[in-house]
Design a protein around this ligand. Structure first.
Ligand code: FAD
Length: 472
């Protein structure tokens, strides 16, 4: 009898919990069942998809609000667009992704929580060489807008920003949406004669702002940003922004599943939990959480396996994005204090035609240069590297760069998809009202750059406003 009981208990121990799960994928419905061992089932208050800027912030803050969390991140590090290259020879860290933060208490409180000392961001003063990268020739006589013209245009811009205070924490637009916000930015520039601002705005945004509805330029080139440009940004004292995410990982520890991706979700509202199937380096896991926070870029191809509603699919399907790449190259032909800047000598407001290198900027580490490359469409990493090499060759052929050396890539990252937007007509038709109405539906909350602005500090502010409902 005892041995029969023992065998039965043993058998029970061996029986894995079998869950037959309906898997509505983004592109159709399929049914699949998978057996999860009890130790592979993770039960938490909140599951966060994406461990970049807003995902990590959400995880730390929710933990501090007494909630249990788990983060699913596809890369092997936290931090999203944060990239730091540490030169093995000099040990100098070079942030070639996210560089600076606003001087706001939300930033300093977060850094204090993570035990990351901060300082005022200082940018090396460089000499700028304006070059037409198509020809490799220096553009003689080109000079950016003079100080007086710039200041005057900035005043005009600020006076427009002040008309739309509701843009300070997201796309909270009135109905009807003010016509100026819907104007293609090149029309807005002409209408209000703010020509002197355009190149600087482009240098900051690094994408083709001229074709965007003015709303996006206002969201990005906002009052808080201008205040920080004038008064100084913050950065980590170590000049290694990856410290933020290393320290966050040390706090979150096993509540982060790195190198992992979602294979299915089931957000059936009649169930006690949102269920998320995840492929991890140590096998498949089942996450059961009371709430789901999605921070990944809302591109339909990024939601493979998610049970998106028709409404979610239809809204996310309206987004388009551009592409952006950053790299550090070794090159002996560019002086250490020289920025080589791409301009279009004959284009409106001298913006370069993309895809192209935007600038080659000193890294602060001798012989290494930061190269930023922007494209209106996505390219493979190899295609971007080939284009960068071709442009360096052109710079040599045209005479802007003395050395014919081929640049050696010591670090490279694709920040694609970058900058989500929808057409002016969709904005006019209440796209963002419909998008924000998704918050809380099917126990799911969304945050991240597409929901507000590509700016970590302001995104932490935006995310903070969602936390009380997520933690409730
Ligand atoms: C080159 C560059 C420089 C920048 N510099 C600054 C700066 O100096 N200051 C500043 O404030 N802002 C800067 N920004 C903007 C800022 O980085 C972004 O606004 C911010 O990172 C957006 O946060 P997020 O959480 O939306 O996305 P991310 O930080 O990109 O996080 C998204 C995370 O989700 C992960 N992920 C994606 N898909 C999946 C999936 N299917 N499953 C699991 N995980 C997934 C990604 O790997 C990533 O870690 C910069 C952006 C770029 C591209």
């Amino acid at each position: 009898m005892a041995s029969l009981l023992g065998a039965t208990l043993k058998a029970f121990r061996l029986v894995w919990i079998c869950l037959a799960i309906t898997l509505p994928s983004a592109y159709g419905f399929e049914k699949r069942s998978y057996e999860y061992k009890p130790e592979d089932i993770i039960t938490r208050d909140v599951c966060i998809i994406g461990g970049g800027s807003t995902g990590t912030y959400s995880a730390i803050r929710l933990r501090d609000m007494g909630k249990s969390v788990v983060v699913v991140e596809k890369k092997d590090v936290l931090g999203g667009h944060t990239n730091t290259y540490v030169d093995p020879a000099t040990h100098i860290p070079i942030d070639y992704g996210v560089i600076d933060f606003h001087n706001l208490s939300i930033v300093t409180d977060y850094f204090t929580r993570l035990n990351v000392p901060w300082t005022t961001a200082m940018f090396p003063s460089t000499q700028e060489l304006y070059v037409n990268f198509n020809t490799g020739k220096v553009v003689d006589g080109f000079a950016p807008a003079g100080q007086a013209a710039f200041a005057q245009a900035l005043d005009v811009w600020i006076s427009h920003l002040e008309k739309y205070p509701y843009l300070s924490n997201g796309f909270f637009l009135p109905d009807p949406v003010p016509a100026d916000l819907l104007l293609p930015f090149h029309d807005f520039v002409k209408k209000y004669s703010i020509d002197a601002l355009v190149y600087s705005m482009f240098e900051y945004r690094q994408i083709n702002i001229l074709v965007q509805p003015t709303l996006y330029v206002m969201m990005n080139f906002n009052l808080d940003l201008i205040q920080n440009i004038l008064n100084g940004f913050l950065t980590t004292a170590s000049h290694d922004n990856s410290d933020i995410y290393r320290n966050a990982l040390a706090i979150l520890e096993k509540d982060v599943l790195l190198s992992s991706h979602v294979i299915w979700t089931d957000r059936d509202s009649s169930s006690e939990y949102v269920k998320v199937g995840v492929e991890t380096p140590s096998g498949r896991k089942l996450i059961q959480a009371k709430k789901l926070v999605i921070t990944i870029p809302p591109k339909l191809s990024n939601f493979k396996g998610f049970d998106l509603s028709q409404n979610e699919s239809s809204l996310f399907g309206q987004f388009s994005n551009v592409a952006y790449y950053t790299t550090i190259v070794k090159h002996d032909g560019i002086p250490e204090n020289l920025s080589v800047v791409n301009i279009g000598p004959n284009t409106p407001w001298n913006l370069p035609t993309l895809p192209a290198i935007l600038s080659i900027y000193p890294s602060g580490d001798p012989g290494l240069h930061e190269v930023k490359f922007s494209s209106p469409y996505e390219l493979s990493d190899d295609a971007v590297k080939a284009a960068i090499v071709a442009e360096f060759n052109q710079l040599h052929t045209g005479g802007a760069v003395a050395s014919a050396t081929t640049p050696e890539f010591v670090a490279f990252d694709s920040h694609t998809p970058f900058e989500f937007s929808v057409p002016a007509d969709a904005i006019k038709d209440g796209f963002y009202k419909k998008l924000y109405a998704l918050q809380g539906q099917q126990r799911t909350w969304y945050t991240g750059a597409a929901w507000d602005v590509h700016d970590s500090s302001l995104l932490w502010q935006f995310t903070e406003t969602l936390l009380p409902a997520i933690a409730a």
